[in-house]
Write a protein that binds this ligand. Sequence first.
Ligand code: NDP
Length: 286
Amino acid sequence: MPADFKAQLVACFGQPVAENPTGAMQEAAFRALGLNWRYLTVEVPPEKLGDAILGARAFGMRGLNLTIPHKVAVIGHLDRIAPDAALIGAVNTVRREGDRLIGENTDGKGFLRALRSRAGFEPRGKRVVVLGAGGAARAIAAELALAGVADLLVVNRSLRRGQEMVADLAAKTGARIRFEAWPAAFVVPRDADLLVNATSIGLYPDVGSMPPVDLTGARPGMLVSDVVFNPPETLFLGRARERGLPVLDGLAMLVDQGVIGFELWTGWRAPAAVMAEALRAALGLA
Ligand code: NDP
């Protein structure tokens, strides 16, 4: 067989990106499968995003991740947006279809994948509470609505942001979605099956904070999950554990959105365990 030294390229564009651990996870997956692929973590300022996408096209890059501040702005530079990414209004992953760049959003999909495969939780017909109305919350709420939850309650500090998100998702999906402003201590409804912290409360270095939530009313068996992955064991999940509630951490969501990205780009089945281990090592958790 003739030698083939050509590498296939994937990149993450963001600013800042220096502390983004995704590359370690994807590179470990490429190595594990013996693929001559590279994942580049590239700092791209907002005003250079258009040039960076042209560069990605010129290099024939196989895919991209987008992070802060490019998730919305990138939409104008792509050829097509997947329907759920359009519903979410943000793109965190780009895949290639021939020469066309297609925008996807794997944040909510990664969350659902982790729910199903790691917690054995099928969202269809369930009653869910999502704390937060930012980018992560919107991606998760949109995918939960599309997955057929029976009832979705969004609780957010900023009234306007929460109300607008709920009105928009309800109108576009037809799902039953309600909004509640965050009181001093939100009391979890007795009939909730799943509670998701999709805010950034508890994120390093603010590890001593947790969302103001009263878990005393939660029914036994209610699943508690957190999108914060640094640290994976947040104070919030610790409190839920103390009450005997099952938990799902943000690391699972991060690995599973990476798994989905890997499979979209390469067409190979992702080595999820290798990716999880590499991510833990990159975050100094191994
Ligand atoms: P945004 O800035 O878009 O949204 C932040 C959300 O947190 C808003 O709802 C905001 O409320 C709320 N919030 C922040 N501080 C407080 C507070 N003190 N009290 C009440 N509410 C608060 O951030 P993202 O949605 O992009 O990210 C949220 C978290 O999700 C981050 O920790 C991020 O690292 C994590 N994440 C994890 C992923 C994973 O794969 N595990 C993937 C993507 C994100 P308000 O509207 O009132 O300001």
